[in-house]
Design a protein around this ligand. Structure first.
Ligand code: SAM
Length: 259
């Protein structure tokens, strides 16, 4: 059910439109893309959960072999209007329609992986591991459970009557969604799934995970390093408690798994 709620969020007209306002790379992405440029430039890239293509703009300029996917048809259709010449497809990360060892670099940006539950998360890691080439790199970000703060809808006053109506509408819809979806929240020791903004409408149940548990989950398949929102590697675990590290970046190098 959670995955159905989240998938419908990504098909919502207003959510799709809101992505037009987020079209630059984040600070950590700028730094890490530069740092791992040798794994990106002229390499085979798979960009998962592209939305309308925030990262497409940068990565597709770096290589001729760029593929972007998203399970939301609305997102992909919008992305195709912005990047008509690129290879963009509707596809779910849980079932990647590519042969083994296809890509040098796989990205799942802006916590897109947090739209699925724990079992599906593990399935996605296995799929990404399968399609990565030897020594390939998987980069993603996730919500940090150690800096989780419960969010509630707010109504900010404005003298602009049209904007006020939009804000009131969002406020009411948010409360309606909280009443409908609150029962699907999950609270465990090492991870949780909580109702979140989702473009301000509280119709997204996001996964939050303790970073060391995230690393442990990846450890059979990948050698992983974690980075903060400034693009610095995290060595001191105290950093996980900083409010500004509400999201953590992971750079994962494919391990060869002997069965
Ligand atoms: C937070 S948005 C990020 C969009 C874009 N990457 C960006 O940074 O602006 C997450 C995106 O991941 C997509 N997504 C979530 N789960 C997915 C899955 N299992 N397979 C493919 N795409 C998925 C959503 O449709 C949505 O477009």
């Amino acid at each position: 059910m959670i995955e159905r709620i989240n998938k419908s969020n990504w098909g919502n007209f207003f959510i799709v439109q809101s992505y037009y306002f987020q079209n630059d790379l984040f600070k950590a992405e700028k730094i890490l893309f530069k740092q791992f440029n040798k794994n990106i430039e002229d390499k085979k890239i798979l960009d998962i959960g592209i939305g309308i293509g925030r990262t497409t703009k940068y990565l597709s300029k770096k290589t001729k072999t760029y593929t972007g996917i998203d399970y939301s048809e609305k997102m992909i259709n919008t992305a195709k209007t912005l990047f008509p010449k690129l290879n963009l497809k509707v596809m779910d990360a849980k079932k990647l329609d590519f042969p083994n060892n296809s890509f040098d670099f796989v990205l799942f940006s802006f916590n897109g992986i947090d739209c699925v539950d724990l079992n599906s998360r593990i399935t996605i890691f296995k799929e990404i591991h399968r399609v990565l080439k030897k020594n390939g790199i998987f980069m993603f970000s996730f919500h940090n459970y150690l800096s989780y703060n419960k969010k509630s809808p707010t109504l900010k006053f404005t003298l602009n009557p049209l904007l006020l109506i939009v804000r009131m509408y969002c406020f009411l819809v948010s409360h309606f969604n909280i009443n409908r979806y609150k029962k699907y929240e999950i609270k465990e020791k090492l991870y949780g799934m909580f109702l979140d903004g989702g473009g301000g409408l509280f119709n997204l149940v996001n996964f939050y995970i303790i970073p060391t548990f995230q690393k442990q989950l990846l450890s059979k398949l990948f050698k992983t390093k974690l980075y903060d929102t400034q693009g610095n590697i995290i060595i001191n675990k105290k950093k996980f408690f900083n409010k500004e590290n509400w999201m953590i970046y992971a750079i994962c190098q494919k391990k060869i798994v002997v069965k």
